[in-house]
Design a protein around this ligand. Structure first.
Ligand SMILES: Nc1ncnc2c1ncn2[C@@H]1O[C@H](COP(=O)(O)OP(=O)(O)OP(=O)(O)O)[C@@H](O)[C@H]1O
Ligand SMILES: [Mg+2]
Length: 261
């Protein structure tokens, strides 16, 4: 029985590639016959739809699992991709900040729900673009955090805050939490701005930045409308290839982190 390695994919800035990164890293690891679960913790439910599943209202979704009404085991869905499972989102997640505000230890709900789960090798949590209780729950339940940063103006806005949140969670709730890496997304090789952002981010975050750059690629936004990760939609696209390379890097870095941690 294995304890899963749990990754939060987080950045409070919207539209930076969190869901795309979650879905495609998860798919790449599933292709290596690792048993992988995506937890869609964003009320928008984009990760759910991107792997061909439907959002689920009422029960058997990430909201009902988070709040302890349903068990994870009962609620996960198989996807069309072998080894890849999803815990679908529900709009009810929108109410979590208010509903759990007066609960005791409201940051620990997801961790408790994942306790003793041993049927997955990896769990990837797709976080919403906000630092509320959903993101807190994800970070408290995780071993690692991956931060996608878009190669655009104001790329680093919010990343310093997120780093502070990660440090706070580490100190107060989850000493195991580690930054796994920063992934630069939507890189445009023809744009000087894109290039200067890459060098700024690398200068600031050094080797915490993955070597793999995810380029802008039209196949990536096309894929979700077919309910497929880009790797399945068009394996030969540069988008798919870069996420496969990123997955290899994530696996290597995990070995290094485990050796040093
Ligand atoms: N490398 C890429 N090339 C082109 N388009 C991309 C790329 N990565 C992501 N996109 C597109 O950019 C949009 C935002 O990406 P995504 O949904 O992954 O971001 P997000 O951070 O999860 O957004 P949100 O904060 O709303 O949850 C989507 O339409 C997605 O298809
Ligand atoms: Mg998203």
């Amino acid at each position: 029985m294995v304890k899963p390695r749990i990754f939060s994919v987080s950045n409070q800035k919207g539209g930076v590639g969190k869901t795309t990164t979650t879905v495609n890293l998860a798919t790449a690891l599933a292709a290596l016959e690792k048993k992988v679960l995506i937890i869609d913790l964003d009320p928008q439910g984009n990760a759910t739809v991107s792997v061909g599943a439907k959002r689920r209202i009422g029960s058997l979704n990430s909201y009902s699992v988070l709040t302890g009404v349903d068990t994870l085991v009962d609620s996960v869905l198989e996807t069309e991709i072998p080894y890849l499972y999803v815990l679908p989102a529900s709009k009810e997640l929108l109410g979590v900040d208010i509903e759990l505000a007066s609960a005791e230890q409201p940051q620990f709900y997801l961790k408790n729900a994942l306790n003793e789960i041993n049927m997955f090798d990896y769990i990837f949590i797709d976080c919403p673009p906000a630092v509320g209780l959903l993101t807190m729950n994800a970070l408290v339940a995780s071993d690692y955090v991956i931060i996608p940063v878009q190669c655009e103006y104001l790329a680093l806005e919010g990343v310093a805050d997120l780093m502070k949140t990660v440090q706070k969670v580490k100190k107060n709730f989850n000493p195991n939490l580690q930054l796994h890496g920063i992934v630069l997304t939507m890189f445009d090789g023809r744009s000087n701005l894109s290039k200067s952002i890459v060098s700024d981010v690398k200068e600031f975050f050094k080797d915490q930045v993955y070597d793999t750059l995810i380029p802008r690629n039209v196949r990536i936004p096309e894929a979700p409308s077919h309910g497929k990760p880009v790797m399945i939609y068009d394996i030969r696209s540069v988008g798919a290839k870069s996420y496969i390379r990123l997955a290899a890097e994530v696996l290597n870095r995990e070995k290094e982190l485990m050796a040093h941690g």
